[in-house]
Design a protein around this ligand. Structure first.
Ligand code: MG
Ligand code: ZN
Length: 154
């Protein structure tokens, strides 16, 4: 997103639910004085926090750097929401340990890490399809993505 005043890229505030610019412009994303809620923002781990460019190497192997801006994003979200990370990696104690270590070493502080997909207000997942109650559309999109994927890899 660009600053409407100077057209530079906006940054996450980290300490408040705002977008900020070096020119002094600030954009509040919620009404001021909004209190912290128990609403959960659920983050997928691979592809959302861990950049996952090397593909799957095992539950406890997390070789790639974090996605750009993720630490700031989580800090900004946590000014209002609870942030829960879910991953199948966390089904083993080695995987859970590896995910927690990765988060710690990369300065990403979350409320909870779990192997079970939590009840959430929103799910942030790079492979998600937003279901709108129309199965025809969902099936169409699934086949369309698969076809595009195979053309890319051919
Ligand atoms: Mg993923
Ligand atoms: Zn600006």
């Amino acid at each position: 997103m660009k600053c409407p005043k100077c057209n530079e890229a906006l940054r996450l505030a980290g300490d408040s639910p705002e977008l900020v610019c070096g020119c002094g412009y600030r954009f509040g994303m919620v009404p001021s004085g909004t209190k912290k809620t128990r609403r959960v923002v659920a983050l997928d781990f691979d592809g959302v926090i861990h950049s996952y460019t090397s593909g799957w190497q095992g539950t406890a192997r997390i070789p790639d750097p974090p996605v750009e801006n993720v630490a700031e994003a989580v800090r900004t979200l946590r000014t209002v929401f609870e942030v829960v990370v879910h991953s199948v990696r966390c089904g083993t104690s080695e995987g859970m340990g590896a995910v927690k270590k990765y988060l710690r070493e990369n300065g990403i502080e979350v409320d909870r890490v779990t192997c079970i997909k939590p009840v959430a207000f929103i799910y942030i997942d790079e492979r998600g399809y937003r279901f709108k109650g129309e199965w025809v559309d969902a099936v169409f999109e699934t086949f369309e993505r698969w076809t595009a994927d195979r053309i890319l890899k051919a």
